[in-house]
Design a protein around this ligand. Structure first.
Ligand SMILES: NC(=O)c1ccc[n+]([C@@H]2O[C@H](COP(=O)([O-])OP(=O)(O)OC[C@H]3O[C@@H](n4cnc5c(N)ncnc54)[C@H](OP(=O)(O)O)[C@@H]3O)[C@@H](O)[C@H]2O)c1
Length: 315
């Protein structure tokens, strides 16, 4: 691995020696995914696999297995997705040594707080059949996140979790968490895709040494994203698909991307993105798609805070 500076940001990522293509013989490929170094020195793959809305456990297990065999090493689940068990089974079946994987799960709102967080963490580990987590995230910035963070700091200091972080934290809430605690979150996972690019958020996170991770890289297909004219014309230039252009654009910005798919050909497609670079002109052209607004909901909307906080989820 050598290091290089990315055109669109000051973040350095390791560049793989190979293209990262799955091994043609069907054997397990060497992991060829570039990584970012988190603020505590832990290496995190720049590309991973998301499993939101994989409700069918067989489909989830098969998809995660396919993803790992394709070469993905980062798997992103959550207690609230109800599929940690299926993820755990796939990890076990994949045959990839535990230390080569980077497993993320998340703490749901009702499990925040000093008393509830550690038992919730243990339940997640049990479902995943794991001894430790690579990354544990507070899923939503609601409820007793301060109590949760104190418990997560302890688990981190005990070596049960390699890195701790948050999701969906607006920058002011993140600063509040940072200035009142010892451990600075390693990651903030936020909605990031061509229609909500989070340029200002990324600047803030970079200044504060917090790694940005994109959720919903394809905006879950909203806005007819795969048919977008600009994205299609850029994809044509590189003989790539719109999905590949989007994942490359994120990773070229130094943003960790975790696209989700239950289809093997798309799992492979979304993985094959490190054999081309988008030009500075194409990176700039993609900026014109930014609407700077969420395609889903605003985490500051009181109705959303209430609705999510009242949502019953398996924890
Ligand atoms: N922290 C949070 O609050 C939060 C919120 C949402 C998501 N996440 C995480 O982020 C991950 C990714 O986001 P997401 O799952 O919401 O949405 P996404 O990755 O933006 O989009 C997934 C959708 O795109 C389709 N798709 C995938 N690859 C494609 C391709 N190459 N061509 C055409 N269509 C393709 C999938 O369909 P098929 O499956 O049928 O291929 C699915 O409908 C999640 O799985 C989860 O791990 C976190």
């Amino acid at each position: 691995m050598k290091k290089r500076t990315l055109g669109d940001s000051s973040i350095e990522v390791a560049v793989p020696r190979s293209s990262g293509s799955p091994d043609p013989k069907g054997e397990l490929p060497m992991s060829a995914i570039p990584s970012v170094t988190l603020n505590n020195g832990v290496e995190m793959p720049l590309l991973g696999f998301g499993v939101f809305q994989m409700h069918d456990s067989e489909e989830c297990e098969r998809s995660v297995y396919d993803a790992i065999r394709t070469g993905y090493r980062l798997i992103d689940t959550a207690a609230a997705y109800g599929n940690e068990e299926a993820v755990g089974k796939a990890i076990k079946r994949s045959g990839v040594p535990r230390e080569e994987l980077f497993v993320t799960t998340k703490l749901w709102i009702q499990d925040a707080g000093d008393e509830r967080t550690k038992p919730a963490f243990e339940r997640s580990l049990q479902r995943l059949q794991l001894e430790y987590l690579d990354l544990y995230l507070i899923h939503q910035p609601f409820g007793d996140v301060y109590g949760a963070w104190r418990a997560m700091e302890e688990l981190y200091q005990e070596g049960r979790i390699r890195a701790i972080g948050v999701c969906n934290f607006p920058s002011d809430r993140l600063m509040d968490l940072m200035v009142h605690h010892q451990v600075v979150p390693a990651v903030n996972q936020v909605e990031t895709h061509p229609f909500n690019q989070q340029i200002e958020t990324q600047k803030f996170l970079q200044e504060n040494h917090v790694q940005m991770e994109s959720w919903g890289p394809f905006a879950e297909g909203k806005h007819n994203i795969f048919e977008n004219e600009l994205l299609r014309s850029i994809a044509g230039k590189y003989q790539k698909t719109v999905a590949q252009v989007i994942v490359r654009w994120l990773t070229q910005r130094g943003v960790v991307a975790i696209p989700k798919s239950v289809r093997k050909e798309r799992i492979v497609e979304n993985f094959n993105i490190f054999d081309f670079d988008l030009s500075p002109e194409d990176m700039a052209a993609m900026r014109t798609l930014d609407t700077k607004t969420s395609s889903f909901f605003d985490h500051r909307d009181p109705n959303i805070v209430k609705a999510l906080s009242e949502a019953t989820r398996p924890t």
